[in-house]
Design a protein around this ligand. Structure first.
Ligand SMILES: [Fe+2]
Length: 341
């Protein structure tokens, strides 16, 4: 926390400046998390918020849970925490016991202790920050109430508005898509109609109208599994500023931190996750190598070519590799083979 003096004489006052570091989508990548922790020690934010998906994908999920619990961070649950929490209950995904499709999840369930699971079970699904001298800030892994909704650069304002139009806070911090976003979205509803419907605009939307005129939508990017083509560990620092500087009152600085991915990549084999997890573990490995959306590529290709990967995933991957040469593409970029990091 720091103070900014504004004005002179009797009209002067001090504005409190708050800094929140937001990290998200670690996905069990302990080396990436350690690199971000080192960066946070240098930045010294007032708060650290972890916006979901601590676990699953990279073989250090249990270690990530333990490391996160060493800090007084504000931790929010993501959809991958629910893959774990729902398994073995009536909420689990269809065919959850199929080892070909869900072996990755089975490995995860076997490597998280009941005590660690209890920690995940009691996390909140969203937070709203009301910090002194700063504008309210809403945070959820997707959007409040839906943790699988996320935002991409390619989306139109209208597509984003459809997901956020009932959110009363001016700033929404999301995650989930593993890409860094810093975007202002304006609702084109007639402002006078908005005022008629809601003379106090900080209340919920009425009659399908927007809850406010504009929003600031932020995604810090992914610590452990970015898919924006940059393999570095990513996060964001939010700084409270005046509305004149940034509408909504929060300025975003995105960070990207170099780290050595080889220990995480090597752990796939040595931990047994690659053998147990099958196709999905392999696709996570590919994403860690390429920082490209390998799982989305695979599913998109499968459906376009008449396959159902949820029914028969191994033959589908074989056909995908045969058609695209994607395994060779990944191998050429793999630091365990190329000597990079
Ligand atoms: Fe994620």
């Amino acid at each position: 926390m720091s103070y900014l003096s504004t004005g002179f004489g009797l009209n002067s006052y001090e504005m409190i400046i708050m800094n929140i570091a937001v990290i998200a989508d670690i996905h069990g990548n302990l080396p990436a998390l350690e690199a971000v922790i080192t960066a946070l020690e240098r930045l010294q934010p007032d708060y650290v918020a972890l916006n979901g998906d601590l676990i699953n994908g990279i073989p250090f999920s249990a270690q990530v849970i333990d490391r996160v619990r060493e800090f007084d961070w504000l931790v929010i649950r993501g959809n991958h925490e629910f893959y774990y929490l729902d398994f073995g209950t009536e909420r689990e995904v269809p065919d959850a016991h199929d080892p070909e499709r869900w072996g990755q999840l089975h490995w995860l369930v076997n490597h998280i202790s009941p005590e660690q699971g209890g920690y995940l079970a009691t996390l909140p699904d969203e937070r709203t920050f009301y910090l002194p001298g700063a504008q309210p800030l809403r945070m959820a892994h997707g959007v409040p109430g839906r943790n699988r909704v996320g935002f991409y650069h390619e989306q139109s304002d209208e597509q984003i508005l459809a997901e956020i139009r009932d959110i009363p806070e001016a700033t929404l911090v999301s995650a989930h898509t593993h890409v860094q976003i810093n975007r202002h979205v304006v609702c084109q509803d007639d402002p006078s109609a908005l005022l008629d419907a809601m003379p106090h605009p900080d209340h919920v939307a009425a009659n399908g109208r927007c809850a406010r005129h504009r929003w600031h939508v932020i995604n810090p990017g992914s610590v452990g599994l970015p898919i924006n083509g940059d393999v570095r560990a990513q996060f964001a620092l939010l700084t409270s500023v005046s509305e004149d500087v940034v509408p909504g009152g929060w300025q975003v600085t995105h960070h990207r931190i170099d780290y050595d991915r080889r220990p995480a990549l090597a752990e796939y084999e040595s931990s047994g996750m690659l053998a147990a997890g099958g196709v999905i573990s392999r696709l996570f490995y590919w994403e860690l190598v390429t920082a490209e959306p390998e799982i989305i590529y695979f599913y998109r290709w499968a459906y376009q070519h008449g396959y159902d990967p949820d029914k028969s995933i191994r033959p589908c991957l074989d056909a995908y590799i045969e058609a695209t040469g994607r395994d060779q593409y990944v191998r050429e970029r793999d630091p365990l083979f190329s000597g990079g990091s």
